[in-house]
Design a protein around this ligand. Structure first.
Ligand SMILES: [Mg+2]
Length: 275
């Protein structure tokens, strides 16, 4: 990163390499724009219910959603209901929730159903985590359709670490329970899914010839790992990543989406004058 890539507030802007990759992917036959939500479309906030997409990002994303040969999708760790509430996605945007365990592919798409074993296991996991939370001030649980999340953001560092370690030791060898680490969260699920499967699934149902994906968290690495030559993977933030490209913050994701909208609009209009 060179100093020229810094904006007025000192944050890294889009590199020339990323701009070129966006220009190139905008010319693909069918484009899938799959975005993580929290920390990518929306800045991270203290209370999950308060998260909202940056207006510029939401506007550009909505513009992409109505273009021909272009599919938009959100891939989030949030439960679908929560994702819908905070993201207010464009009507035809496909949604993957709960790290791939839930999917919404349009009106009439089937919801998640757990079998009896999974339901019983979920009750058991919740009870184990509730015991831990009762002893760890500042930690809390969030229920999802296929799992329970242990949140430690409001807890002291040592309390948070102990709570996660306790949960891990009680659950990691439990058959049918799947754990994921996030930023100050431990996710449990009785469905084995990941954002990687989410990306594969979206690529398949949309018939995309190339995928642009951006995400900020460790669970997004599963999606980045499924990208292919010709796709564009973008890490948001400065943590370790396998992504080809990086931006520093959601404000740059907004800029990225604006560049993509501009380039994609030109590409589809030139080739499909009737649209
Ligand atoms: Mg995120």
């Amino acid at each position: 990163m060179t100093p020229e890539n810094r904006t007025g507030n000192g944050k890294l802007a889009l590199t020339p390499e990323l701009r070129e990759a966006v220009r190139a992917i905008a010319r693909t036959e069918h484009l899938l724009v799959a975005m993580d939500f929290d920390g990518t479309m929306a800045p991270i906030v203290g209370h999950a219910d308060d998260a909202r997409p940056l207006p510029r990002a939401a506007t550009a994303f909505a513009g992409l959603a109505v273009l021909p040969r272009t599919t938009t999708a959100l891939i989030s760790g949030r439960a679908l209901a929560s994702l819908r509430k905070v993201a207010s996605p464009p009507v035809d945007t496909l949604l993957i929730g709960s790290h791939g365990a839930e999917a919404w592919l349009g009106p009439g798409s089937a919801g998640l159903t757990l079998d009896g074993t999974q339901k019983a296991l979920l009750t058991e996991v919740r009870s184990i985590l509730a015991d831990i939370v009762a002893e760890a001030p500042g930690t809390m649980l969030e229920d999802k359709p296929a799992g329970v999340v242990l949140h430690t953001r409001q807890a002291a560092d040592d309390v948070a670490e102990d709570a996660v370690a306790a949960a891990r030791s009680l659950l990691e060898d439990r058959k049918g329970v799947f754990l994921k680490d996030g930023k100050r969260v431990l996710e449990t699920s009785v469905v084995n899914a990941s954002k990687g499967e989410g990306v594969d699934f979206l690529r398949q149902v949309s018939g995309a010839s190339a995928v642009l994906f951006a995400g900020d968290d460790t669970t997004d690495e599963d999606a980045l790992a499924r990208l292919k030559p010709g796709d564009v993977g973008v890490k948001v933030g400065l943590d370790f990543t396998q992504a080809q490209y990086r931006v520093e913050a959601p404000v740059h994701v907004a800029e990225l989406l604006e560049v993509l909208l501009r380039e994609r609009s030109l590409a589809v209009v030139m080739e499909d004058p009737q649209d």
